[in-house]
Ligand binder design. Sequence first.
Ligand SMILES: CC(C)(COP(=O)(O)OP(=O)(O)OC[C@H]1O[C@@H](n2cnc3c(N)ncnc32)[C@H](O)[C@@H]1OP(=O)(O)O)[C@@H](O)C(=O)NCCC(=O)NCCSC(=O)CCCC(=O)O
Ligand SMILES: Cc1cc2nc3c(=O)[nH]c(=O)nc-3n(C[C@H](O)[C@H](O)[C@H](O)COP(=O)(O)OP(=O)(O)OC[C@H]3O[C@@H](n4cnc5c(N)ncnc54)[C@H](O)[C@@H]3O)c2cc1C
Length: 615
Amino acid sequence: MGGRVNEDLIKERRKCTFDIKELTHIIDCGEENTIKRKQIDNYILNIKELWDDVPEEYLSHKERYENAIKKAFIVLKVLRQLHTGNIQITDHRTPTNVYSIQDGIFRNVNPLLIHIGLFWSTIAAQASTEQQAEWLQPDSSMIGTYVQTELGHGSFIRGIETTATYDSTTDEFILHTPRLSAYKWWPGGLGNTANACLVMAQLYINGTCHGLHIFLAQIRDFDTHKPLPGIKVGEIGPKMGFNTADNGFLGFDNHRIPRTNMLMKNVQVLRDGTYVKPKHDKLTYGSMLLTRVTLISDLAYQLSKAATIAVRYSAVRRQSPIKSNEPERQILDFVSQQHKLFITIASSHVYRVVGLWMWNSHKRVTADIHEGNMGQLPELHALACCLKAISSRDASALVEQCRLACGGHGYMMASNLPQIYAYTTAAVTYEGEYTVLLLQTARYLVKFWRLAAEHKPLPQNFAYFEDYIKKNFEQWRNSPEGIIEGFKAIVAGKTKAAYDTLQCNLRNGREFEEAWNMASVQLTNASEYSTISRNDIEALQSRYEELLALIRPNAVGLVDAFDIRDEVLCSTLGAYDGRVYERMMEEASKSPLNEDVVNESFHKYIRPVTMKNKL
Ligand SMILES: CC(C)(COP(=O)(O)OP(=O)(O)OC[C@H]1O[C@@H](n2cnc3c(N)ncnc32)[C@H](O)[C@@H]1OP(=O)(O)O)[C@@H](O)C(=O)NCCC(=O)NCCSC(=O)CCCC(=O)O
Ligand SMILES: Cc1cc2nc3c(=O)[nH]c(=O)nc-3n(C[C@H](O)[C@H](O)[C@H](O)COP(=O)(O)OP(=O)(O)OC[C@H]3O[C@@H](n4cnc5c(N)ncnc54)[C@H](O)[C@@H]3O)c2cc1C
C-alpha cells in the first residue's frame, strides 16, 4: 500500500535520541548479521507464491492446511538451497533466522516446524555417527516429527505406555499401542504431512523394561504417502491456535522396525539383546532441554512483534484530551499506556539476552557431555525449566496486555495480536507445562537448601542461601545491584518456607511425594522476603515513573530498532507507515460478506420473517 507516512509517526521518529541502526545491530549481534538477515528477508519475502490473495481467516480448516503446506515446501526448498550455499540461517543467537520470517508467511504455524526444529536436531544429537550418516542426507525423502505425548500422558513421561519390544529372532523392535490412552496425540506435522517419526517408547528386552528410548519409525509410504500396514494415523482437529501445524494422532499395531532404528549415540541394544546403559539416564530428554532453551529467544521475538504493533498504534491513535481545552492526545501519552507497553519492550530485551546466554551455556554443557562430563547438566536443566516457564507465561501475559492496549481494534484478527497471543500461550503448555517445569526447578533449589540448612558446603551459585541463614543480607538499596540482592533474598526466603513446610509434612508422617504435593503451591509461588520497606517501594515507584517519561520520546525508535518488516508483522495496526485506518478499511473490504450488496440469507431467512405480514 503506497502513501504518506502518518504525521505523528514522522514526529516520533524525529524525537528519537539514539541511533536506531546501532540498536538493531546490537539486537542482531553485529552489523554483519543484520546484513545477512536482510538478504534472507528480501530473498524469501519476494517469492510471490508465498502471499495469499484471501486472508487466512476466511479459509476452511482443510484449505488452511493445504495453503500452509504449499508454502512450507516452497520454504523448505529455499532452505535447502541456502544450506547448500552455506548460509547459516538457524543460528539461535539472534531472531534473524528463517523462523521469524515464517511468522509472516504462515501467520500461523509452519506444518514443518517440528520436522525442521525437532526431528533433525534430535537425530543430530542422539543418533550414532553411522545412523547420522544414513539419515541426515540433504536429499532425504523423510519428512519427520517428534512423537512423544500420548492421549493419557503428557507431563509425566515416565507414564508413557507405547512399547518397543526387542525380538532377537528377527533383530527387530515391535512398536505397539496397547490401549486408547497410549495413542500418540499432538505431534506437529503428524496429521497429514510426516512419513517418518521419532517415537518415545518404553523399551522391553526379555521381559525387562529399561524405560523410555527414542526410535525412528517410517509411518507412511515414501511414494504413495499411504499409512504403512499396522499404522493408524490422522489429524486431531481445530485448536485455539496452531491450526496449520497439522498436529496428529498415531497408533501402532505390532509395527516392526529394525533394531538399528533405535537412536544409539548414548545408549545401545546389541544384536544379542544386551542393553548398554547411557552415562546419564536423562540424556534421552535432551531434545526437550534444547527446545526449552531455544524457546526463550523465540518468545522474546514474539514480544518484540507485539510491542512494535502496540507502540506504533499508540503513537497514531488519538483518544481523549488530557486537559479539557486541548486536542485529543496520542494514547502513548497516557502514563498507564506507557506502563503497559514499555515493560513489553524491556521484557523482549531481557529474554533476548537471557536466551542468548542460555544458548551459549547449552553449547558449553553439550561439549562437556561429549567429553563424558555430566556435572553441569542438572543446573542447565533447572535453569531451562524455570526460564522456559516464566518466559512463556510473561510473554503471553504481555502480548495480551498489548492486545488490550489497542482497544477494540486489537481484537481484530487483522491486528495480528490474537494470532501472536494464541501462538505464545501454547508455549506455556507444550515442551513442559508451566507448573510442572517450575516444580523441577523447585526440586533443584530445595536440594541446595537442605545442604544449607545442614551447614554443608554449597556451590558458589548458592552462597546466598548461607547469607540468608546467617542474616547476612544487606539493607535494601534502590539500585540494580540492590534489586538483584532483593531477588536473592526472595528466592532464599521462599525456598526456606517451602522446605520448612515439606519438613513439617514429613514430621507429621507423610511420605515424601505426598509431602511434596502438599507444599507445591509454596514451591511455585513467590512472595516478598527481602528487607524492602514501604518507603523503598514508594521511591522505586517514582523512579519507575521517571523512567517511563525518559523512554516516552524514544518509544517508536525502540520498536523500529527491532526492524521487523511489515510482511512479518502482518498487522493493520503496526505497519511502519502507521496508515492504520486505511489498512483497516482495505482489510474489511476483503471480507466475503462484502461480496454481495445483499447477502442471499436476507431472501432466505430474514425477509420471510420481517416482511411476513406486509406482503
Ligand atoms: C517433568 C519431567 C522432567 C519428569 O521426568 P521424570 O523422568 O519423571 O523425572 P523424575 O523421576 O521426576 O526425576 C527428575 C530428575 O531428572 C532430572 N531431569 C529431568 N529432566 C531432565 C533433563 N532434560 N536433563 C537433565 N536432567 C533431567 C531432574 O533434574 C531430576 O534429577 P534429580 O533426581 O533431582 O537428581 C518429565 O516428565 C518432563 O520433561 N515432562 C514434560 C514433558 C514435555 O516437555 N514434553 C514435550 C513434548 S514435545 C513438544 O511439546 C513439542 C512442542 C512443539 C514445539 O516445540 O514447537
Ligand atoms: C500446540 C501444542 C503443540 C504440541 N506439540 C507436540 C509435539 O510436537 N510432540 C509431542 O510429543 N507433544 C506435543 N505437545 C504436547 C505437549 O508437550 C503437552 O501438552 C505438554 O507436555 C503438557 O502435557 P499434558 O497436555 O498431558 O498436560 P497435563 O500433564 O495433563 O497437565 C494438566 C494439568 O495438570 C497439572 N499437573 C500435571 N502434573 C503435575 C505435577 N506433577 N504436579 C503439579 N501439577 C501437575 C499441570 O500443571 C496442568 O495444570 C503439544 C502441545 C500443544 C498444546
